[in-house]
Design a protein around this ligand. Sequence first.
Ligand code: TYM
Length: 334
Amino acid sequence: MKEFSANITKSILTGIQPSGVITLGNYIGAIKQMVRMQDEFKSYIFIADMHAITVPQDPTTLHENIRSLVALYIACGIDPDKNIIFIQSENEYHANISWLLECNTPFGELSRMTQFKDKSSKNANFYAGLFTYPILMAADILAYDVHYVPVGIDQKQHVELTRNIAIKFNKKYGDTFKIPDVYITKEGTKIMDLVNPLKKMSKSSENPKGVIRILDDINSIRKKIMGATTDSECIVRFDPEAKPGISNLINICVALTGKSISDIETMFEGKNYGEFKRFVADIVIEEISAIQARYQKIINSQELDKLLDENATITRAIAKKKFMLMKEKMGLYK
Ligand code: TYM
């Protein structure tokens, strides 16, 4: 059974919903950060399938997406020997902890979550789970006493709520949770939609041309990047306000190559957008085709099931301990 090395003392945790194939945004915003940090931290990464069901899902597709996302994590460089990769719904203590936290979260504070306001305004017939979703996220994080939560900026408010819930709980019942910090890298903050660079690249976007999915056909990735919305200035310059499309493509380059913004600007001085886009397409395709090749080797492996069973046992034991402590603190029978 997996054990973290004794000289690694700090921990990180993140999760992604299996609500469709992950995007370049998820890869840069969350997965790449985890890969970069996996040697120095105890790393937990899970499939947030219980978050996915806060909006309607087709059961067969959801089931396939869950396994596919596990394989994608590994294909993207999440090393199963350095990370505990697990499925949220296989650990019933997340939902149990969530309920105890729900009874300690002010309604008003939850009502302020911008993601809820945004998602509920798009469909008036939403379910209660969409509203309480950030509390389940708090449970995911607080169960493991992690130091950092690597996410994209769209999840920052949820991690801040998690901190508030934990601080209040500790004050009311005595020391129970570690207070986690959000961890966001500059270039991974927010990858934007290629067609409408004013909104984030999202799994649920209506226009597939604006979204690069990690399992997209390579030719279609090139087409999407070559067709990305730009501006009429014809200068490769970083200015998210005035030039959101070009700035987004620069951000993608920075995240994937490790070059700085000014390196990219200098490389393309006096060159046209066509040349720049070809460069972006080449680097994205190089990265994604390597992931796709690894994915094909992993997806049908039985090792995957063994790994998930083992990790479910490990994470259940950790989260159960936290649940029992919470019950005791709150005066529940145990
Ligand atoms: P989800 O599935 O919407 O997104 C997964 C991760 O990808 C990041 N992300 C992006 N980053 C940069 N640019 C983008 N365009 C972009 N789109 C998405 C998100 O910020 C996120 O880090 N509630 C979470 C899942 C979750 C979780 C957790 C995360 C559940 N429990 C505990 C961390 C800790 C979600 O729906 O992410």
